[in-house]
Design a protein around this ligand. Structure first.
Ligand code: CTP
Ligand code: CA
Length: 222
């Protein structure tokens, strides 16, 4: 990035990044979660900070060090993540990498016990879509980037998500290939112009390439 634009192409820009899973409590000791490691989102936050942006990283429960120069806000649930994102606006750039739990349960106030009457029923409620909220927000960032984890027809599913959620770009991952927790991934960048195959790459390289692409977007270079 530095060779192309000088050392701080995103100086003066505020970037909001979400990363990691969310945990939705069932009772005081159990939760619904997923296998997101947070590595991709943290790498993107680091790359945007290295490019000069002021970065607010809203992180779900992960075991990762905060990248240099990044302001981190730790949250547990999707609704907390949404509130933290709203509070972080205005931003110029939003990159929503978190694997937000799609559903939450109504958390029991006390630990659920085996009482001989069989497993407790779990009644699930859909969580708010944080990316769609930001993509359609009155104070929408100028550039909104989402991620999509898909199996099956990657490009069709991700392109539909781009439109539905009001995102400019979607970074689409084929998760049938064992991406979670890995340092490697295979992504397509979906823009209004269509898909670009970035091939199999380390997550670190995806972060740097995306930050470079964002810098170019604000620089006005096509
Ligand atoms: N996302 C979000 N809030 C949610 C669900 C997803 O902000 N409640 C964001 C993710 O951070 C990601 C994008 O939406 O940037 C796509 O997430 P994904 O799970 O692939 O899409 P969903 O809309 O949840 O659809 P599904 O899981 O049913 O494929
Ligand atoms: Ca989902």
């Amino acid at each position: 990035i530095a060779a192309q634009f000088g050392p701080k192409p995103l100086a003066g820009r505020h970037a909001l990044v979400t990363a990691g899973p969310t945990h939705e409590p069932i009772d005081p000791v159990r939760f619904i979660g997923n296998h997101s490691s947070g590595k991709q989102g943290f790498a993107i936050a680091a790359a945007l900070a290295a490019a000069g942006a002021r970065v607010t990283l809203v992180a779900g429960p992960v075991h990762l060090a905060t990248p240099a120069g990044v302001t981190r806000i730790d949250v547990m649930t999707a609704r907390q993540m949404q509130a933290a994102c709203e509070a972080a606006l205005p931003a110029d750039i939003a990159v929503m990498v978190a694997a937000v739990a799609d559903w939450r349960a109504e958390a029991a106030p006390a630990k659920l016990k085996k009482d001989g009457s069989g497993p407790p029923p779990l009644s699930l409620t859909e969580n708010p879509d944080i990316l769609a909220g930001i993509g359609h927000h009155a104070r929408r960032p100028a550039l909104v980037v989402g991620f999509a984890a898909e199996t099956g027809d990657l490009i069709a599913h991700a392109s539909a998500k781009r439109l539905k959620k009001g995102a400019d770009w979607i970074v689409a991952n084929d998760v049938s290939e064992g991406v979670f927790g890995s340092d490697h991934t295979h992504v397509q960048l979906i823009t209004a112009a269509g898909p670009e195959d970035w091939g199999p790459t380390p997550k670190q390289a995806v972060a740097e390439r995306l930050a470079g692409r964002i810098a170019r977007h604000f620089d006005g270079t096509p």
